[in-house]
Design a protein around this ligand. Structure first.
Ligand code: ZN
Length: 231
C-alpha cells in the first residue's frame, strides 16, 4: 500500500479522514502536534486512535505556538461559549490559531517527501466550521500548488503531491455517517477546545456545539458523551 501522511488531531474530523485514507488503500502515517494547545486531551485521543486503527507510524511533533500566542487555544484568552450557529458563521473567532494549517501542512509535506509519499490527508471542513481561513477550498488548492514547487522530490519528478480533503463539502452529520459506515469508534475521539478533568468536554464551545449538531443530525447519542456519563 502506498504511504500517505494523515494529519490526526484526535478529533472527529481527522479520525474520519484517517478511516477514509485506510479505505482508499493507503498505508497511513499519522502526524499530530504538541503545539501548546490547552486541550492536550486530544493528543491522548490521537494516540489511542492511531493504535486502534492500525497506522503504520504515528509521529507527534513539538512546535510550541504558545511563544506566538494570539489564540484562545494557545494562550490565556477565554474560549467563547454558547455561541449560536449564526454567530459561528460570522467572522473569525479567537480560537483561530495563526497560520496553523500552513504550519501543519508544511511539516506533513516534509515528512511526505522523506517517506516518498505523494498524498496528504487533511480533515478540514468548509461547511460546519468556525470560519477559519485555512479550512477553505481555495486555501487548500493554493497550498497544493505551493507544495508541488517546494520539494526536491517534486522538482525531480518523484512526487506529485495531492492534498486530500474528503470532508470539505460534508456537514457534520454526513461526516459522522461516513465514519460510522467505516467502523470509526467516535467514543475514542475528542473535540472540545476547553476540556475539564480527564478530557471531559465542556459542551458549550464551538467544537462541542458543532459536534452535538452532527450527532443530532444522525439521530444517535455521541458515544464520547456516553463514555463520560453525559447522556
Ligand atoms: Zn467544549
Amino acid at each position: 500500500m502506498p504511504p500517505a501522511v494523515i494529519l490526526l488531531s484526535g478529533g472527529l474530523d481527522s479520525t474520519t479522514t484517517l478511516a477514509i485514507a485506510l479505505a482508499e488503500g493507503f498505508s497511513p502515517h499519522a502526524l499530530s502536534f504538541r503545539y501548546g494547545q490547552r486541550h492536550q486531551a486530544e493528543l491522548a485521543s490521537a494516540k489511542r486512535i492511531a493504535e486502534v486503527m492500525g497506522v503504520a507510524d504515528h509521529l507527534i511533533a513539538d512546535i510550541d505556538l504558545r511563544r506566538i500566542g494570539g489564540s484562545a487555544l494557545t494562550s490565556d484568552i477565554p474560549v467563547p461559549k454558547a455561541r449560536s450557529l449564526d454567530e459561528m458563521g460570522k467572522g473569525i473567532p479567537i480560537t483561530y490559531v495563526p497560520a496553523r494549517n500552513t504550519l501543519f501542512l508544511s511539516f506533513a509535506l516534509a515528512w511526505a517527501e522523506v517517506l516518498g509519499a505523494s498524498d496528504i490527508y487533511l480533515g478540514v471542513n468548509a461547511l460546519d466550521y468556525s470560519g477559519y481561513p485555512d479550512c477553505r477550498p481555495e486555501y487548500i488548492a493554493a497550498y497544493e500548488r505551493l507544495a508541488n514547487l517546494a520539494t526536491a522530490a517534486g522538482v525531480e519528478g518523484r512526487q506529485h503531491l495531492q492534498i486530500h480533503t474528503p470532508l470539505i463539502a460534508l456537514t457534520k452529520g454526513q461526516i459522522i455517517e461516513r465514519g460510522l459506515a467505516l467502523g470509526v469508534d467516535y467514543g475514542l475521539t475528542s473535540s472540545c477546545y476547553d476540556p475539564g478533568d480527564e478530557g471531559r468536554p465542556c459542551g458549550q464551545c464551538d467544537a462541542c456545539l458543532l459536534r452535538a449538531k452532527g450527532f443530532a443530525e444522525v439521530g444517535i447519542p455521541d458515544p464520547m458523551r456516553v463514555r463520560y456519563g453525559l447522556v
